[in-house]
Ligand binder design. Sequence first.
Ligand code: ZN
Length: 461
Amino acid sequence: MKLKLTLLSTLILIGSLAKAQDSLMIRKIYDEELVNGQCYSNLHYLCKNIGQRISGSANAQKAVEWGKKLMESYGFDKVYLQPVMVPHWVRGAKEEGAIIKGDKKISVHIAALGMTVATPKNGLTAPIIEVQSLKELETLGAGVIKGKIVFFNRPFDPRFIETLRAYGTAGDQRFAGPAAAAKYGAAGVIVRSLTETLDFYPHTGATSYTKDGVNIPAAAISTKDANTLSAMLKMKSLPAVKFYFKQNCELLPDAPSFNVVGEMTGSENPNKFITVGGHLDSWDLAEGAHDDGTGVMQSVEALRLLKVMGYKPKNSIRAVFFINEENGDRGGIKYAELADQNKEEHIAAIESDLGGFTPRGFTFEGISPARIEKISSNWSKLLAPYGSGVLTAGGGGSDIGPLAEKSKGVVLIGYMPDSQRYFDVHHTPNDVFENVNKRELELGAASMASLMYLIDQHGLN
Ligand SMILES: [Zn+2]
């Protein structure tokens, strides 16, 4: 049979051959990961042999050194550190908290918010007032607030399907609540933990003071204790409810630290980069398994997968372990500064920092809806069989955010896993290795490697 090829049918043929090739490559990436994956055992090492690694700590330094060795063992073309000074906040002795009514004292579970100050040595006891929002605080004003402990108690809105959105809308109480309450003369702040789960884990996390404001002590309280406190406040019977808490945290001088970078040099465009990363630092209450041990281990795994498969990237591809995402973002800022200084052109940066749960897809930031639609129509089908086919508009990530300013044209991409369980463990003593599922973690790493491959082959235009 004679085959007549018009120009159009030739193009269609070439297109479908490329798709078949992409589809085959992605299958191979998943096969390699699911049979020979290393990210789970690497995560085990990070969590169990190093553990919590808050910026400036000896453990953070251990994690940097181990991370560099790990990357070197994979034989990437370049492995190096990017020095950066980071805040050095320490929690000190374990906090105490209690609801006081007359001579009744009910102990509660609290954790100092990151970057906050200590209470007086013997703790702080004061009348406590519940508010639902910063707006309500403003309405009450100094007349009511002065000298009191402010209790921010607005819960997560359960109607959001993506829990990150609930976090986003409740989060102002933690990020900005203490500074706002200080403005009206509050003595301290207690914030309902940012989670939809009812349990006794306090969820820490950073807050920020204003430069010219007074720094008052602030802590998160577990959701169950928050409910008890709220119920007691509603009783309105005398004597009035007071709150006691004691925390011993301290902000030490900035400490030296590093981002860890591994790179495979591009064969066609060595100065164009596709970066994948997560943050190496974690809060100090647990092992930082989901936040963000999974993200860093998936990132280096994505690069390792392409390397062991003998893939020769056209553009340079990088895995980055950013430092200090949790309480300063200094690593992300430094990375963007250096990219600018070194005149590197970033095509895309992908961040995994929403936990190591079942992949759903990726969110794209800083590009037009039309381009996202085009990307989705080309690649969704390739990733959908692996559960990662949702390619949609949304945030990139804190560490890669600063690149948007410094590297023109970069597309920021967030790895999007299922979000339903993230805030069960986020910033709590429960963020441990045992709560990470091996297959979910591996599927995520393979999806990140696949996306890197597609971007390297076809670009994002
Ligand atoms: Zn994180």
